[in-house]
Design a protein around this ligand. Structure first.
Ligand SMILES: Nc1ncnc2c1ncn2[C@@H]1O[C@H](COP(=O)(O)OP(=O)(O)O)[C@@H](O)[C@H]1O
Ligand SMILES: [Mg+2]
Length: 331
Protein backbone atom coordinates (compact mmCIF):
# COMPACT_ATOMS: atom_id res chain seq x y z
CA UNK A 1 0.00 0.00 0.00
CA UNK A 2 1.18 3.52 -0.75
CA UNK A 3 0.92 5.87 2.24
CA UNK A 4 1.26 9.01 0.14
CA UNK A 5 1.31 9.67 -3.54
CA UNK A 6 1.90 13.07 -5.14
CA UNK A 7 1.45 13.54 -8.85
CA UNK A 8 2.46 16.72 -10.66
CA UNK A 9 1.94 18.86 -7.59
CA UNK A 10 2.50 22.59 -8.09
CA UNK A 11 2.15 25.42 -5.63
CA UNK A 12 2.30 29.13 -6.36
CA UNK A 13 1.94 32.02 -3.97
CA UNK A 14 0.65 34.72 -6.33
CA UNK A 15 3.29 34.94 -9.05
CA UNK A 16 5.89 32.99 -7.08
CA UNK A 17 6.06 29.40 -8.30
CA UNK A 18 7.34 27.56 -5.23
CA UNK A 19 6.70 23.84 -5.95
CA UNK A 20 7.25 22.58 -9.48
CA UNK A 21 5.80 19.29 -10.74
CA UNK A 22 6.45 17.21 -7.66
CA UNK A 23 6.02 13.46 -8.17
CA UNK A 24 6.62 11.22 -5.21
CA UNK A 25 5.48 8.06 -3.45
CA UNK A 26 5.84 7.15 0.20
CA UNK A 27 5.33 3.45 0.89
CA UNK A 28 3.62 2.13 4.01
CA UNK A 29 6.01 2.21 6.94
CA UNK A 30 8.65 4.13 5.04
CA UNK A 31 10.76 6.92 6.57
CA UNK A 32 11.14 9.58 3.88
CA UNK A 33 13.27 12.69 4.35
CA UNK A 34 12.85 15.89 2.33
CA UNK A 35 16.20 17.64 2.30
CA UNK A 36 17.45 20.78 0.60
CA UNK A 37 18.76 24.25 1.32
CA UNK A 38 16.70 26.82 3.16
CA UNK A 39 13.93 28.27 0.97
CA UNK A 40 13.77 25.34 -1.49
CA UNK A 41 10.15 24.55 -0.60
CA UNK A 42 10.38 21.72 1.96
CA UNK A 43 7.95 23.22 4.47
CA UNK A 44 5.56 24.27 1.73
CA UNK A 45 5.50 20.72 0.38
CA UNK A 46 4.83 19.30 3.85
CA UNK A 47 2.07 21.87 4.43
CA UNK A 48 0.48 20.94 1.10
CA UNK A 49 0.49 17.27 2.18
CA UNK A 50 -1.00 18.26 5.55
CA UNK A 51 -3.67 20.43 3.91
CA UNK A 52 -2.45 23.63 5.58
CA UNK A 53 -1.86 24.96 2.05
CA UNK A 54 -3.85 24.11 -1.06
CA UNK A 55 -1.94 22.76 -4.05
CA UNK A 56 -2.32 25.00 -7.10
CA UNK A 57 -2.51 21.88 -9.27
CA UNK A 58 -1.81 18.15 -9.07
CA UNK A 59 -3.15 15.24 -7.03
CA UNK A 60 -2.44 14.36 -3.40
CA UNK A 61 -3.43 10.86 -2.31
CA UNK A 62 -3.14 9.54 1.23
CA UNK A 63 -3.62 5.78 1.57
CA UNK A 64 -5.04 5.76 -1.95
CA UNK A 65 -7.64 8.44 -1.33
CA UNK A 66 -7.63 11.79 -3.13
CA UNK A 67 -7.42 14.41 -0.35
CA UNK A 68 -7.00 17.70 -2.23
CA UNK A 69 -10.30 18.93 -0.80
CA UNK A 70 -10.07 17.16 2.56
CA UNK A 71 -9.42 19.44 5.58
CA UNK A 72 -6.22 18.78 7.60
CA UNK A 73 -8.07 17.23 10.55
CA UNK A 74 -9.61 14.58 8.28
CA UNK A 75 -6.43 13.54 6.45
CA UNK A 76 -5.20 11.07 9.09
CA UNK A 77 -1.93 12.95 9.51
CA UNK A 78 -0.18 14.44 12.54
CA UNK A 79 2.42 17.15 12.28
CA UNK A 80 5.35 18.06 14.54
CA UNK A 81 6.91 21.51 14.11
CA UNK A 82 10.31 22.96 14.93
CA UNK A 83 8.63 25.42 17.32
CA UNK A 84 6.86 22.61 19.28
CA UNK A 85 3.66 24.72 19.26
CA UNK A 86 2.51 23.43 22.66
CA UNK A 87 -0.41 25.03 24.48
CA UNK A 88 1.25 26.96 27.34
CA UNK A 89 -1.82 26.85 29.60
CA UNK A 90 -2.15 23.06 29.41
CA UNK A 91 0.13 20.60 31.19
CA UNK A 92 1.81 17.73 29.36
CA UNK A 93 -1.18 15.44 29.81
CA UNK A 94 -3.52 18.21 28.63
CA UNK A 95 -1.42 18.85 25.54
CA UNK A 96 -1.39 15.17 24.67
CA UNK A 97 -5.11 14.61 25.21
CA UNK A 98 -6.60 17.73 23.65
CA UNK A 99 -6.92 16.45 20.07
CA UNK A 100 -8.33 13.12 21.27
CA UNK A 101 -10.98 14.89 23.35
CA UNK A 102 -11.89 17.00 20.32
CA UNK A 103 -12.21 13.78 18.30
CA UNK A 104 -14.63 12.53 20.97
CA UNK A 105 -12.54 9.50 21.99
CA UNK A 106 -13.59 7.70 25.17
CA UNK A 107 -11.78 8.29 28.47
CA UNK A 108 -10.42 4.75 28.45
CA UNK A 109 -8.94 5.08 24.94
CA UNK A 110 -7.43 8.46 25.78
CA UNK A 111 -5.87 7.15 28.99
CA UNK A 112 -4.43 4.07 27.27
CA UNK A 113 -2.91 6.00 24.38
CA UNK A 114 -1.39 8.70 26.60
CA UNK A 115 0.11 6.05 28.88
CA UNK A 116 1.64 4.21 25.95
CA UNK A 117 3.08 7.33 24.30
CA UNK A 118 4.32 8.80 27.55
CA UNK A 119 6.03 5.54 28.40
CA UNK A 120 7.64 5.28 24.96
CA UNK A 121 8.98 8.84 25.19
CA UNK A 122 10.03 8.76 28.85
CA UNK A 123 7.51 11.45 29.75
CA UNK A 124 5.88 9.70 32.74
CA UNK A 125 7.52 11.96 35.37
CA UNK A 126 6.42 15.12 33.57
CA UNK A 127 2.73 14.57 32.83
CA UNK A 128 1.60 17.23 35.33
CA UNK A 129 4.14 19.86 34.30
CA UNK A 130 3.48 22.88 32.10
CA UNK A 131 5.57 23.54 28.96
CA UNK A 132 7.40 26.42 30.69
CA UNK A 133 8.65 23.91 33.28
CA UNK A 134 10.27 21.66 30.64
CA UNK A 135 13.58 21.74 28.74
CA UNK A 136 13.62 22.11 24.95
CA UNK A 137 14.19 18.38 24.46
CA UNK A 138 11.30 17.50 26.76
CA UNK A 139 9.00 19.95 24.99
CA UNK A 140 9.85 18.40 21.65
CA UNK A 141 9.07 14.95 23.08
CA UNK A 142 5.66 16.23 24.19
CA UNK A 143 5.04 17.55 20.68
CA UNK A 144 5.96 14.11 19.30
CA UNK A 145 3.75 12.44 21.94
CA UNK A 146 0.84 14.61 20.91
CA UNK A 147 1.27 13.27 17.38
CA UNK A 148 1.65 9.63 18.47
CA UNK A 149 -1.57 9.49 20.52
CA UNK A 150 -3.58 10.35 17.42
CA UNK A 151 -2.34 7.17 15.71
CA UNK A 152 -2.05 8.92 12.35
CA UNK A 153 -1.60 7.16 9.01
CA UNK A 154 1.24 9.53 8.28
CA UNK A 155 3.56 11.52 10.56
CA UNK A 156 4.91 14.83 9.27
CA UNK A 157 7.96 16.37 10.94
CA UNK A 158 9.20 19.85 10.02
CA UNK A 159 12.80 20.34 11.25
CA UNK A 160 11.85 19.03 14.71
CA UNK A 161 15.42 19.09 16.06
CA UNK A 162 16.54 22.53 14.88
CA UNK A 163 15.96 24.20 18.25
CA UNK A 164 17.97 21.63 20.21
CA UNK A 165 21.68 21.75 21.01
CA UNK A 166 24.06 19.37 19.22
CA UNK A 167 24.20 16.58 21.82
CA UNK A 168 20.45 16.56 22.34
CA UNK A 169 19.91 16.63 18.59
CA UNK A 170 21.82 13.40 18.20
CA UNK A 171 19.98 11.70 21.10
CA UNK A 172 16.59 12.81 19.82
CA UNK A 173 17.53 11.69 16.30
CA UNK A 174 18.19 8.19 17.63
CA UNK A 175 14.91 8.29 19.58
CA UNK A 176 13.01 9.23 16.44
CA UNK A 177 14.63 6.33 14.56
CA UNK A 178 13.65 3.96 17.40
CA UNK A 179 10.16 5.36 17.45
CA UNK A 180 9.81 4.71 13.74
CA UNK A 181 10.91 1.10 14.27
CA UNK A 182 8.47 0.61 17.17
CA UNK A 183 5.47 2.23 15.50
CA UNK A 184 6.19 0.97 11.99
CA UNK A 185 4.40 4.13 10.81
CA UNK A 186 4.94 6.09 7.61
CA UNK A 187 6.90 9.26 8.30
CA UNK A 188 7.97 12.30 6.34
CA UNK A 189 10.72 14.33 7.89
CA UNK A 190 11.91 17.71 6.63
CA UNK A 191 15.43 18.95 7.31
CA UNK A 192 18.16 21.10 5.77
CA UNK A 193 20.73 18.93 7.56
CA UNK A 194 22.30 16.29 5.37
CA UNK A 195 23.44 14.24 8.39
CA UNK A 196 19.86 13.90 9.63
CA UNK A 197 18.78 12.92 6.13
CA UNK A 198 21.54 10.31 5.73
CA UNK A 199 21.04 8.79 9.18
CA UNK A 200 17.24 8.67 9.38
CA UNK A 201 15.93 8.04 5.89
CA UNK A 202 14.87 4.91 4.08
CA UNK A 203 14.43 7.25 1.15
CA UNK A 204 15.74 10.79 0.64
CA UNK A 205 14.07 13.34 -1.61
CA UNK A 206 16.54 16.09 -2.55
CA UNK A 207 14.80 19.37 -3.35
CA UNK A 208 16.24 22.45 -5.00
CA UNK A 209 14.29 25.57 -5.90
CA UNK A 210 10.99 23.72 -5.68
CA UNK A 211 12.01 20.79 -7.86
CA UNK A 212 12.89 17.20 -7.01
CA UNK A 213 16.54 16.71 -7.98
CA UNK A 214 16.81 13.03 -7.03
CA UNK A 215 15.05 10.36 -4.96
CA UNK A 216 16.81 7.32 -3.53
CA UNK A 217 18.23 5.59 -0.49
CA UNK A 218 21.03 7.43 1.35
CA UNK A 219 23.69 5.15 -0.17
CA UNK A 220 22.23 5.40 -3.69
CA UNK A 221 22.43 9.17 -3.50
CA UNK A 222 25.90 9.16 -1.95
CA UNK A 223 27.31 6.66 -4.44
CA UNK A 224 25.36 7.71 -7.51
CA UNK A 225 24.36 11.36 -7.45
CA UNK A 226 22.74 12.38 -10.74
CA UNK A 227 24.23 15.85 -10.67
CA UNK A 228 26.70 18.17 -9.02
CA UNK A 229 24.06 19.64 -6.72
CA UNK A 230 23.16 16.29 -5.12
CA UNK A 231 26.83 15.26 -5.05
CA UNK A 232 27.76 18.44 -3.19
CA UNK A 233 24.78 18.44 -0.86
CA UNK A 234 25.16 14.95 0.62
CA UNK A 235 28.37 13.98 2.41
CA UNK A 236 30.38 15.95 4.94
CA UNK A 237 32.72 17.68 4.34
CA UNK A 238 31.25 18.34 0.88
CA UNK A 239 32.59 16.80 -2.31
CA UNK A 240 35.52 18.70 -3.86
CA UNK A 241 34.95 20.10 -7.34
CA UNK A 242 37.67 21.34 -9.65
CA UNK A 243 38.15 21.80 -13.38
CA UNK A 244 39.35 18.79 -15.34
CA UNK A 245 42.47 20.63 -16.50
CA UNK A 246 43.85 20.45 -12.98
CA UNK A 247 44.33 16.73 -13.60
CA UNK A 248 45.08 17.10 -17.32
CA UNK A 249 41.57 15.94 -18.22
CA UNK A 250 39.07 17.77 -20.48
CA UNK A 251 38.67 21.31 -19.29
CA UNK A 252 34.98 21.41 -20.22
CA UNK A 253 34.18 19.11 -17.37
CA UNK A 254 34.20 19.40 -13.61
CA UNK A 255 35.72 16.62 -11.57
CA UNK A 256 34.44 15.69 -8.14
CA UNK A 257 36.24 13.77 -5.40
CA UNK A 258 34.94 13.27 -1.90
CA UNK A 259 37.28 14.41 0.91
CA UNK A 260 37.26 10.89 2.36
CA UNK A 261 38.51 9.44 -0.96
CA UNK A 262 41.75 11.46 -0.86
CA UNK A 263 44.92 10.25 0.84
CA UNK A 264 48.53 11.38 1.12
CA UNK A 265 50.68 9.69 -1.54
CA UNK A 266 54.18 10.77 -2.60
CA UNK A 267 53.39 9.99 -6.23
CA UNK A 268 49.80 11.32 -6.06
CA UNK A 269 48.57 13.38 -9.03
CA UNK A 270 47.31 16.36 -6.98
CA UNK A 271 49.97 18.79 -5.79
CA UNK A 272 48.57 20.98 -3.05
CA UNK A 273 49.72 23.48 -0.45
CA UNK A 274 48.12 23.09 2.97
CA UNK A 275 46.22 26.17 4.11
CA UNK A 276 44.51 24.90 7.25
CA UNK A 277 44.35 21.72 9.32
CA UNK A 278 41.57 20.52 11.61
CA UNK A 279 42.72 17.85 14.07
CA UNK A 280 39.54 16.06 15.14
CA UNK A 281 41.24 13.16 16.92
CA UNK A 282 39.69 10.34 14.92
CA UNK A 283 40.08 12.23 11.64
CA UNK A 284 42.22 15.02 10.27
CA UNK A 285 40.67 17.48 7.83
CA UNK A 286 43.28 19.06 5.59
CA UNK A 287 42.16 22.15 3.70
CA UNK A 288 44.60 22.82 0.88
CA UNK A 289 44.94 24.66 -2.41
CA UNK A 290 45.93 23.44 -5.85
CA UNK A 291 46.47 26.60 -7.90
CA UNK A 292 43.38 28.64 -6.95
CA UNK A 293 41.20 25.67 -6.12
CA UNK A 294 40.40 24.71 -2.57
CA UNK A 295 40.50 21.00 -1.84
CA UNK A 296 39.54 19.30 1.40
CA UNK A 297 40.94 15.91 2.35
CA UNK A 298 39.47 13.96 5.22
CA UNK A 299 42.26 11.71 6.43
CA UNK A 300 41.42 8.83 8.71
CA UNK A 301 43.47 9.06 11.91
CA UNK A 302 45.99 11.61 13.16
CA UNK A 303 48.58 13.32 10.93
CA UNK A 304 51.35 15.80 11.62
CA UNK A 305 50.56 18.17 8.78
CA UNK A 306 50.98 21.91 9.06
CA UNK A 307 49.95 25.08 7.31
CA UNK A 308 52.17 26.03 4.37
CA UNK A 309 53.37 22.47 3.78
CA UNK A 310 53.38 21.04 0.24
CA UNK A 311 51.70 17.66 -0.15
CA UNK A 312 50.73 15.25 -2.85
CA UNK A 313 47.30 13.70 -2.69
CA UNK A 314 46.20 10.51 -4.36
CA UNK A 315 42.87 8.83 -4.98
CA UNK A 316 41.52 5.75 -6.69
CA UNK A 317 40.38 6.50 -10.26
CA UNK A 318 36.99 4.88 -9.57
CA UNK A 319 36.30 7.37 -6.78
CA UNK A 320 36.13 10.37 -9.13
CA UNK A 321 32.93 11.85 -10.50
CA UNK A 322 32.67 13.88 -13.70
CA UNK A 323 30.06 16.54 -14.44
CA UNK A 324 29.31 18.53 -17.58
CA UNK A 325 29.02 22.30 -17.71
CA UNK A 326 25.38 22.13 -16.58
CA UNK A 327 26.33 20.00 -13.59
CA UNK A 328 24.92 16.75 -15.01
CA UNK A 329 26.79 13.59 -14.17
CA UNK A 330 28.88 12.17 -17.02
CA UNK A 331 30.48 8.99 -15.68
N1 LIG B 1 2.76 32.12 2.41
C1 LIG B 1 3.74 32.42 1.53
N2 LIG B 1 3.64 33.45 0.67
C2 LIG B 1 4.59 33.74 -0.23
N3 LIG B 1 5.72 33.03 -0.36
C3 LIG B 1 5.90 31.99 0.46
C4 LIG B 1 4.93 31.62 1.45
N4 LIG B 1 5.40 30.53 2.11
C5 LIG B 1 6.60 30.25 1.57
N5 LIG B 1 6.90 31.12 0.57
C6 LIG B 1 8.12 31.09 -0.26
O1 LIG B 1 8.29 29.80 -0.76
C7 LIG B 1 9.66 29.44 -0.78
C8 LIG B 1 9.86 28.13 -0.05
O2 LIG B 1 9.62 28.33 1.32
P1 LIG B 1 9.66 27.13 2.36
O3 LIG B 1 8.78 26.04 1.89
O4 LIG B 1 9.37 27.70 3.70
O5 LIG B 1 11.19 26.66 2.27
P2 LIG B 1 12.03 25.67 3.21
O6 LIG B 1 11.11 25.07 4.20
O7 LIG B 1 12.66 24.70 2.27
O8 LIG B 1 13.07 26.55 3.85
C9 LIG B 1 10.43 30.59 -0.19
O9 LIG B 1 10.95 31.35 -1.24
C10 LIG B 1 9.37 31.35 0.57
O10 LIG B 1 9.68 32.71 0.63
MG1 LIG C 1 11.08 25.15 6.31
Amino acid sequence: MTALSLSNVNKSFGKVHVLKDINLEVEDGEFVVFVGPSGCGKSTLLRVVAGLEDATSGDIRIAGELVNLTPPSKRGIAMVFQSYALYPHLNVRGNMTLALKQEGQSKAVIEERVQKASNMLGLDPYLDRFPSELSGGQRQRVAIGRAIVREPKLFLFDEPLSNLDAALRMNTRIEIANLHRQLGASMIYVTHDQTEAMTLADKIVVLREGRVEQIGSPMELYNNPVNKFVAGFLGSPSMNFFPGELLNADDDRTLGIRPEDLFIADDGPLSVRVSHVEHLGGDTNVIAHAKDHQITARLFGQYQVSEGEDLRLGFKPESTYAFDQDGLRLN
